[in-house]
Design a protein around this ligand. Structure first.
Ligand code: AMP
Ligand code: ZN
Length: 114
């Protein structure tokens, strides 16, 4: 048993709207979408944030990005464009301390971010 929300989603102790799963990563729809498409891509391995990642995670981090790219392609977002966000630590607004990549698409985003 873990008290990490996303580990519990990985372990299927909490339901999610799954988009993609393999041995290394899981992708599911964000429960509070900020865009027409809002998907979270997470490593199955628990890493609290990017701060906790090191060189042993190099392949995994690349794999997360390539998975996000593949999902963006599959969802038809690749041509119009999409945004990836990794919040890390208090100033970023990170709420769930299990590393995740936000994949956002389906609308125009502003810059700089709020
Ligand atoms: P962050 O602020 O980067 O830590 O983002 C955490 C994200 O997780 C937010 O966009 C939440 O809406 C989302 N979230 C929280 N709980 C769940 C859940 N049970 N299923 C799916 N997404 C969730
Ligand atoms: Zn976790």
């Amino acid at each position: 048993m873990t008290d990490c929300l996303f580990c519990r989603i990985v372990n299927k102790e909490i339901p999610s709207r799954l988009v993609y799963e393999d041995e290394k990563v899981l992708a599911f729809e964000d429960i509070k979408p900020q865009a027409p498409a809002h998907i979270l891509i997470i490593p199955k391995k628990h890493l609290a944030s990017l701060k906790e990642a090191d060189e042993n995670d190099q392949n995994l981090l690349g794999y997360l990005l390539l998975t996000a790219r593949k999902i963006a392609q599959d969802k038809g977002l690749a041509e119009s464009g999409f945004r990836l966000v990794i919040n890390s630590g208090p100033d970023s607004g990170q709420e769930v301390y299990h590393l995740h990549v936000h994949l956002l698409g389906g609308r125009r985003f502003g810059w700089p971010p709020g």
